[in-house]
Write a protein that binds this ligand. Structure first.
Ligand SMILES: Nc1ncnc2c1ncn2[C@@H]1O[C@H](COP(=O)(O)OP(=O)(O)OP(=O)(O)O)[C@@H](O)[C@H]1O
Length: 238
């Protein structure tokens, strides 16, 4: 087993001084390399909070988050920024591309920040755009792309730094069915062929059907954690 994420006894309480909200309540979660796991649950159940804690965007009040055995809750703010940049890919509901940069520049930026040299960046960017099937759109700005295309660029950006895993918060929430399926096809392919580990939150039944593992949160607690039987995956495995 190769544990990538180990959230250990993690809790997050908001409004501790007034009316406390236990957004995450004593959660234990292990994610192994190569998983394609969905975090589901009603609105307000804590999905975004848990992803933010695992991604080091927020700190838990109690508990630890180990990424490849390193407890990221113990890192200083600067070290955490550097760690995130090198190890975790993020995909958000609202794409979050930088509007003045082209699609290629958006994907390349993270590699520039990492000091990766241009020739290496160029090869990686070409490869990523082939994988998201958008080699013809590299020089286009986000405003000229559809929502689905923007989200595919966001996936390429998340993968640019070869992260240990990708966290995606409601990645299909703003997409029509066709774009959502297309995005899922690409994510599934990246998972199967490149062994990219994905943990994504969703309300979207289309996404849940593609997951291999479904983790259900209710009121900040994991109430079920099951291996899914996905026909699409079975077919893709043949
Ligand atoms: N910054 C905050 N301050 C106070 N309470 C918060 C804050 N962020 C989240 N909460 C509360 O924590 C709980 C969990 O919220 P969270 O956004 O993680 O849920 P979610 O499952 O992602 O919801 P949704 O599916 O609607 O996005 C909710 O009760 C929410 O109101």
């Amino acid at each position: 087993m190769n544990t990538v994420i180990d959230a250990h006894n993690v809790s997050k309480v908001y409004n501790r001084e007034t009316v406390p909200v236990y957004a995450i309540n004593n959660v234990h979660l292990h994610i192994e390399k190569g998983e394609f796991a969905a975090l589901v649950g009603p609105s307000g159940s804590g999905k975004t909070t848990l992803l933010n804690l695992i991604g080091g965007l927020d700190k838990p009040d109690t508990g630890s988050v180990f990424i490849n055995e390193l407890d990221i809750t113990k890192l200083s703010a600067n070290k955490l920024i550097d760690f995130r940049l090198k190890n975790i890919g993020f995909v958000f509901q609202s794409f979050n591309l930088i509007p003045v940069l082209t699609a290629k520049e958006n994907v390349e930026l993270i590699m520039q920040l990492q000091g990766i040299e241009k020739s290496v960046r160029d090869v990686r960017v070409q490869q990523l755009f082939r994988q998201i099937e958008m080699s013809d759109k590299m020089d286009v700005r986000p405003a000229q792309l559809s929502g689905g295309q923007q989200q595919r660029v966001a996936v390429a950006r998340a993968l640019a730094s070869r992260p240990k895993f990708v966290l995606a918060d409601e990645p299909t929430a703003n997409l029509d069915s066709k774009s959502a399926f297309n995005l899922l096809d690409i994510m599934t392919k990246l998972n199967k062929e490149e062994h990219i580990t994905f943990l994504f939150s969703t309300h979207d039944q289309r996404v849940i059907e593609r997951a291999r593992r479904i983790i259900t949160l209710v009121d900040g607690r994991i109430v079920s954690d099951t291996a899914a039987v996905s026909t699409r995956h079975e077919k893709a495995d043949v």
